[in-house]
Design a protein around this ligand. Sequence first.
Ligand SMILES: Nc1ncnc2c1ncn2[C@@H]1O[C@H](COP(=O)(O)OP(=O)(O)OP(=O)(O)O)[C@@H](O)[C@H]1O
Ligand SMILES: [Mg+2]
Length: 352
Amino acid sequence: MAKKAKIKETVGIDIGTHSIKLVHLKVLHDGFKLLDYEVRSTIPAGMEYATSNLRPERFAPVLSGMLSSLKINPKKIKHLVSSIGGDDISIKQIKTIFLPDEELESALFFEAKKHLPINGSDMILDYQVLSIEEKTNNMNILLAASTKQKMREHSDILMSTGCVPGIVDVEPLGVANSFIFNTFVEEGVYILLNIGAQRTNMVIYGPNAKFFSRDVPWGGYHFTKDVMTHYEDFTFEKAEEYKLEHGLKKDSKEKEISLLDITEKKTEEELALEIRRSLRFYVKEAGNSDFRKIYIMGGSAKLKGLPEYLEAQLKIPTEIFNPFTNLEMPEKFRDKQDPQLALALGLAMRLG
Ligand SMILES: Nc1ncnc2c1ncn2[C@@H]1O[C@H](COP(=O)(O)OP(=O)(O)OP(=O)(O)O)[C@@H](O)[C@H]1O
Ligand SMILES: [Mg+2]
């Protein structure tokens, strides 16, 4: 058997609708060391953008710029993990009777066509055997599927910067890995929220609990739009600045005269509502309600007042996730433990 080359360095790239996050790690004997990282917006400062004009071509030049400022030669990256997300990916945990290796893949493809809302001929399937039950020999398997088109678009971005695509994970698995690699828990169920710009990856994970994930279509973009609704004369740029400074706090006097407030829910309300809905579904599906904590990550986890709001609404302790606990940090990065890097770190830390 060929001996697997030891991985010395690893790169994780999280391409989001708002910004690209890249981390470069050195693999240590029992953990990692942060070599460098960068977060770079893909949108000109202050520009209001809609998902419909987020064309893939705009990512490559930004990523190229990041690689060169971090002095990474894309052709020399030996271990690269990136991610795809959005509507064209789908994850589900299923249970099957025991299947030997040689039958597993074709059987799972058949199962996936039944369980996942992706057209069979366009489907790329990945799976992971989570456990085999002792008594019944049944297998718990996590299916993750995407479309060929989605994968092609993603590879095109990487290849046009000179990178060779390596492992491509689906976002919720990267989020779960970030938690698993940085936190040690033996029991309980944890709710992980990667709150980005256009959407939030919600993952329910526990070492002995059923895996669940879904995307909720709310994020930082909508928080900025709320500020614009509240202060009608604000441009997108000004609203974004206001949001970064004040978070959820808005002037209450002006609020009373805005009619929109009565009919339209605010983003934090929508977010809490969707999470509550999913938790209710999960309790019914998985028969488990041992929720211990909500960890929030992603750029919008930094929104002032959000952890307190979610905790009060959902009655579950809520904290900003620290994805750097299993990481040796050089002095210059010590005070920069940014939750926006959680997914990129979860990706980079996946070695196999
Ligand atoms: N300090 C801060 N306070 C509030 N919001 C912030 C802060 N810093 C960044 N954000 C918001 O975080 C968002 C970007 O986060 P992130 O990089 O996780 O998104 P993304 O991955 O590009 O988007 P998506 O995952 O939705 O495609 C933006 O909406 C930005 O306004
Ligand atoms: Mg994101």
